[in-house]
Ligand binder design. Structure first.
Ligand SMILES: Nc1ncnc2c1ncn2[C@@H]1O[C@H](COP(=O)(O)OP(=O)(O)OP(=O)(O)O)[C@@H](O)[C@H]1O
Length: 299
């Protein structure tokens, strides 16, 4: 029997000022790491904010165990689900030891050296301020802060994109070794390859493909997954060019990827329903053709 996921989005629509930017997304945060991938503006951070309880769905529900977030014990939720922000979120005036201590319950403040050690930092660095650390060290301090309350799940939004490639790899190794569950948001497929057993690909506020990360990378079933894979092959690769909303078809007018899709046909003028295919879930009329072309072009 599969364990109940800690967090689950059920047909969640999210937006700002009454305008939806994430449409009917269903996603379970399961074991082994979950990646949420997509280009700038696809809605990843908006969905992460809903998972952190910072944005209320316009429709649908976020489930925390067997309760919706509206009814859940928020004290337990805030301990179990911790965000890992970018290193710039550290208070520049605060010594990093004090910064980690602030995240600990009062009676456990003696654990600062232990936590710094856990993220591979020399406890002697506790007396420094953020600008006296390297980017990778600062990111480790942010992770130590998140770990202070022994969370069950970390929600990481581009945790390493500001770091150079070798430092990025070391921080990813640290995250992989922690044993804490993670939902990782990134535009970089090399990052999810290391940290996430399952991945979800988002385009224009919709999930277009979900499944085991290894399968998505080896044999994408959606042309957008394939384009992402081919655009960003390595750690440290540049993000896919942000093309803006104008290049996604407006909601209600067929497949949103159609204007950019090399495989679009007349059928794509009706929106594809997500369906199960070859161990993944994909929303594309031509998924069989994309899958069949493991190598080379489809037309
Ligand atoms: N506070 C806000 N008010 C209004 N619109 C917003 C707000 N935040 C985000 N948006 C819009 O919602 C859409 C999705 O943005 P979101 O930040 O979730 O995307 P993203 O995939 O995380 O992008 P990035 O990788 O650049 O962070 C975009 O069109 C964005 O302009």
């Amino acid at each position: 029997m599969t364990a109940m996921p800690l967090l689950r989005a059920e047909r969640v629509t999210l937006g700002y000022g009454g305008r939806a930017v994430v449409h009917e997304v269903s996603l379970d945060v399961t074991e082994g790491g979950v990646g949420l991938i997509g280009e700038s503006g696809s809605g990843k951070t908006t969905l992460a904010r809903a998972f952190l309880g910072l944005l209320t769905p316009m429709s649908g529900n976020i489930w925390y165990g067997n309760q919706t977030l509206k009814k859940a014990d928020l004290r337990a939720f805030r301990r179990d689900v911790q965000p890992v922000f970018q290193a710039e979120s550290l208070d520049p005036r605060m010594r990093v030891g004090a910064s980690v201590a602030e995240a600990l319950p009062r009676a456990e403040r003696h654990r600062v050296p232990e936590l710094l050690g856990q993220v591979g930092l020399d406890p002697e660095l506790a007396g420094r301020r953020p600008h006296q650390l390297s980017g990778g060290q600062r990111q480790r301090v942010v992770i130590a802060r998140a770990l202070a309350v022994s969370p069950r799940l970390l929600i990481l939004d581009e945790p390493t994109s500001a770091l150079d490639v070798t430092v990025q790899a070391r921080v990813l190794d640290l995250l992989a070794g922690l044993g804490t569950e993670r939902l990782l948001i990134t535009h970089n497929l090399a990052v999810v390859r290391r940290l996430c057993r399952t991945s979800h690909v988002m385009f224009a506020g919709r999930l277009v493909e979900s499944g085991p990360t290894a399968d998505l990378l080896a044999r994408p079933a959606h042309p957008y997954t394939r384009a992402l894979r081919d655009a960003v092959p390595r750690l440290g690769g540049a993000p896919p060019r942000a093309r803006g909303r104008a290049e996604a078809a407006p909601a209600g007018s067929g497949c949103p990827f159609r204007p950019r899709c090399p495989l679009a046909v007349a059928a794509c003028e009706s929106a594809p329903e997500p369906r199960e295919l070859d161990g993944r879930r994909v929303a594309c009329h031509r998924a069989e053709d994309v899958l069949a072309a493991a190598v080379g072009e489809v037309s």
